[in-house]
Design a protein around this ligand. Structure first.
Ligand SMILES: [Cu+2]
Length: 634
């Protein structure tokens, strides 16, 4: 252990579980759900010097026999003590665990009403049933007692055990499972719709014919990669960043700096929501928080060289609790992939008068991960560029939600035909990234810039002039903002006490993509539970307990301690230790091409230096017009 932000080791996890188990409150019904580092205070990390002593605390969350929202234990790994053990209110509960998911599947399969519903559909072989549990919060079924932990399950029929069940949704049947009581409280049956016939296998062997293999592309770096990694700290072309994996947030970037100048203290996906917009009763209640109800880090994939990642790769592993719930450590090998990519032209100019013709190539450092959450797969990619840009990109792929087409239920503006037997409902994926700024190591300010046309006047006689107007956002309420492409709206984070050679404060701008906000009503369940999705921008003064855009515990909750609550006192942000929260995503109107697996769709945002440098910081890049490239002329 050499740094306070070093990733948790397997030994620490096993030690933490043993420590918990030796405490009187833990018994054989305890399910250990997730473990994370209690990051030391921001001020401590900022001034930490190598070799200095540092605290090491871990946070363990889980559930047990108590009928509440679970527990949070803080463990001091230096003194081997449980520093605190708090119960979590049933109003906002800890994430779901795998033992609970398996329990919901088994209880559903064994339930007589469920079996009867399946026999009505001519299904008797339970081995061919795939049961997907979904979070039961938001619209809680009347059979679930208030405060109980619950899941809803939907089902699919498989041709054999290796089949992709999503091709054959069993319409109409939803089982409500009370995890607190460990029983199915009700099975809904909205009526029989024939189970689709066609399969949707996506493995290579199941395709009738594979196209000819495209010509090989290799990415090689004969001199080795251009980055260095020590522990979990990356150094590349002046950039430095530390990477860790959090069970809820997935990959986390810490202490991002360029040429020794701090930019971000911490950046990570804080929460996300997938609200459905259809009246179809199989989906109308869905608005899952994939990150905080199940865990974006917990469900990270183990990445494969040459398939998930191409080039000279450095992998980081992630250590988490295993899926069994007994607190033993589980290592996700190759959870984070780090590599360099060529990125086309960085800059170019051809002097038409016969002077210098110069071109430089751009490249980026890619820090990537992939998480599978049920039917969906999400790539989370961070890119660092030579010119100081930072990009965050989410790649959405996997299998869309589906129903067997039923003309009585489905409407063609909500439920899109993707095969002759299947529809996929309209829905959104909205991600909220928390950006904890440390721009040039001091207090920061937040500005909004809008470009607006000037009225025709004596000074603007042809009506062609426009101006960029900056507004200082001084309160949390000022900073609840949405994108405005027509005014080229961007948000600028500046350090008013650090200026560039022009005397302007150094800054970075948040350049949003073309992104929606929540379409559900603000007073709807997702409007409350995922309040972060109502605006593209939020800003708050740093507080160590405000890490989660949807609240620290989001299972079965009604939005407790999410961004609506966090910003309710309308604090001053005019010059502070600034945190911005950016919500972005896509509204997904499924198309036939999304079947059987969706080609990756992209969304994200950029952080771009504005006056952070005095000129193009890549002007000193050496020319690279050599290498292994070939052309038809050679
Ligand atoms: Cu989608």
């Amino acid at each position: 252990m050499t740094h306070p932000l070093d990733q948790i080791t397997s030994d620490e996890i096993n030690k933490a579980a043993d420590l918990c188990k030796s405490h009187e409150s833990f018994d054989e019904n305890t399910i250990f759900i997730n473990i994370s580092l209690v990051e030391p205070e921001k001020a401590f990390i900022r001034t930490y010097k190598s070799g200095q002593e540092f605290p090491r605390q871990l946070k363990v969350r889980g559930v047990d026999s108590n009928a509440d929202g679970g527990f949070v234990a803080i463990l001091d790994m230096k003194t081997n003590e449980i520093s605190s053990l708090d119960r979590v209110s049933h109003e906002a509960q800890v994430p779901y665990s795998f033992p609970e998911i398996f329990m919901a599947q088994e209880l559903t399969k064994a339930n007589k009403d469920y079996q009867d519903a399946l026999s009505k559909r001519g299904i008797s072989d339970m081995n061919l049933i795939q049961i997907d549990p979904w979070p039961a919060g938001g619209i809680v079924h009347e059979s679930i007692e208030k405060g109980h932990r619950a899941l809803k399950t939907i089902s699919f029929l498989k041709e054999n055990e290796s089949d992709n069940g999503y091709a054959k949704p069993i319409n109409g049947v939803i089982s409500h499972v009370d995890l607190t009581l460990k029983k199915v409280t009700h099975v809904e049956d909205f009526g029989v719709v024939p189970v689709p016939k066609a399969h949707a296998r996506y493995d290579a062997d199941s395709q009738s014919e594979l196209r000819e293999h495209p010509k090989k592309i290799d990415i090689t770096q004969p001199d080795g990669p251009g980055f260095d990694i020590e522990g979990n700290q990356i150094s590349w072309e002046g950039w430095q960043a530390r990477i860790s994996v959090h069970p809820d947030e997935g990959p986390v970037l810490h202490q991002v700096s360029l040429n020794g100048r701090p930019i971000l203290h911490r950046a990570a996906l804080s929460d996300m929501v997938v609200p459905y917009g259809t009246a179809d009763p199989m989906h109308s209640w869905k608005a899952v928080h994939d990150g905080t109800e199940f865990g974006f880090g917990t469900l990270l994939n183990s990445l494969t060289l040459g398939c998930d990642c191409l080039g000279e790769i450095h992998y980081l592993d992630a250590n988490l609790f295993g899926f069994g719930g007994d607190g033993s450590a589980h290592t996700i090998k190759n959870a984070i992939c780090i590599h360099e990519e060529d990125f086309g032209i960085q800059w170019k100019h051809t002097d038409m008068g016969g002077g210098a013709n110069e071109v430089r190539r751009s490249r980026r450092l890619v820090i990537s991960s992939l998480a599978t959450i049920g039917n969906y797969d999400y790539g989370l990619f961070w890119y660092l560029y030579l010119d100081g840009n930072i990009e965050c990109e989410v790649k959405l792929t996997g299998i869309v939600g589906i129903s067997a087409y039923d003309e009585k239920t489905h409407r063609n503006d909500q439920d899109f035909r993707i095969t002759d037997e299947l529809v996929s409902p309209i829905h959104q994926h909205l991600f909220c990234v928390r950006l904890d700024w440390d721009l040039e190591g001091g207090n920061n300010q937040l500005l909004e810039s809008n470009v607006t046309a000037l009225p025709v006047s004596d000074e603007n006689p042809h009506g062609m002039q426009f101006t960029a107007v900056s507004t200082h956002l001084k309160k949390e309420s000022d900073a609840k903002r949405d994108i405005s492409p027509s005014s080229s709206r961007v948000w600028k984070i500046i350090n008013p006490n650090k200026t560039n050679s022009l005397g302007m404060p150094v800054g970075y701008k948040l350049l949003p993509g073309n992104t929606p906000t929540l379409l559900a009503h603000p007073d709807s369940p997702p409007g409350k539970r995922a309040s972060f999705s109502k605006h593209n921008l939020w800003a708050t003064p740093f507080h160590k307990d405000e890490m989660a855009a949807g609240g620290p515990h989001s299972v079965m909750h009604s939005g407790q301690r999410g961004l609506d609550d966090i910003t309710a006192s309308d604090r001053d942000i005019s010059e502070c230790d600034l945190v911005t929260w950016h919500t972005f995503g896509v509204t997904h109107t499924p198309r036939p091409e999304d079947w059987p697996v969706m080609p990756a769709e992209y969304c994200g945002f950029h952080l771009i230096p504005v006056g952070f440098f005095d000129q193009n910081p890549t002007i000193n890049l050496p020319p690279t017009c050599k290498g292994e490239s070939k052309s038809n002329k050679e």
